[in-house]
Write a new protein. Structure first.
Length: 223
């Protein structure tokens, strides 16, 4: 089935309030353009260099989401164009995003990545970390970032009960902070759910899903 058909089928099945991030990591520009001509405008990459290379040769109205683990020394390369950073998992990274945003005279939207999975390989902050950050004076001094919600990645497992428990936990974290509004803290997004579990994620409260293989097919990691 073509990318266009995959995308149309997926969009028709998603509730209107759910934002689709088409995960284009490892995929060629031609595949992204096919999705673009179908109307998709939001694409997610997990490596800064790959995203920078693709962004330079694709339409300017594409919204690029950085969905992978982000190192502080890589922020500067994408600060001029990135639309949303999903994986802010510590305050030092947030300060670097703010610093680079200032250089480009813009405000960068970010999500706090919460660790909901049991795997040590998954990144994310604790709820205590999150509350400590947003209640700190230092956070209030960051004028060029805007926290628009939370993101989480469930454990890689076939145990749907466990995945559901982790998704429900992330939604509860969002609910616990959603009433707090600051000039740089306006939570609206719960980003959770990928190709294998996005339907369950939506049932648990997700309003942004990150889907790659269901659109583009299996990935080739040999390149």
């Amino acid at each position: 089935m073509s990318i266009q058909k995959n995308l149309n089928n997926l969009i028709s099945a998603l509730p209107e309030y759910v934002t689709l991030v088409a995960v284009s990591k490892t995929k060629p520009v031609g595949d992204i353009l096919e999705a673009y001509t179908t109307g998709q405008r939001i694409f997610g990459e997990n490596k800064v260099q790959e995203m920078v290379e693709k962004q330079s040769g694709l339409p300017e109205d594409i919204q690029w989401h950085m969905i992978g683990h982000l190192q502080r020394n890589k922020v500067k390369y994408m600060a001029g164009f990135v639309s949303l950073i999903h994986g802010v998992d510590n305050f030092k990274l947030l300060k670097e995003v703010n610093k680079q945003a200032i250089k480009h005279s813009r405000t960068i939207d970010c999500l706090f990545q919460i660790k909901i999975a049991e795997e040590d390989s998954k990144f994310g902050m604790t709820v205590e970390d999150l509350n400590s950050i947003i209640n700190s004076d230092e956070f209030s001094e960051l004028k060029n970032i805007n926290i628009v919600g939370v993101m989480g990645m469930a454990t890689f497992t076939d145990n749907k009960d466990q995945i559901q428990k982790e998704f429900i936990h992330l939604k509860s974290v969002f609910d616990s902070i959603s009433s707090k509004k600051l000039f740089n803290f306006n939570p609206e997004i719960v980003s959770m759910g990928m190709s294998g579990d996005y339907q369950l994620a939506i049932e648990c409260g997700s309003n942004m899903v990150r889907i790659g293989s269901n659109i583009f097919g299996a990935r080739n990691y040999t390149n």
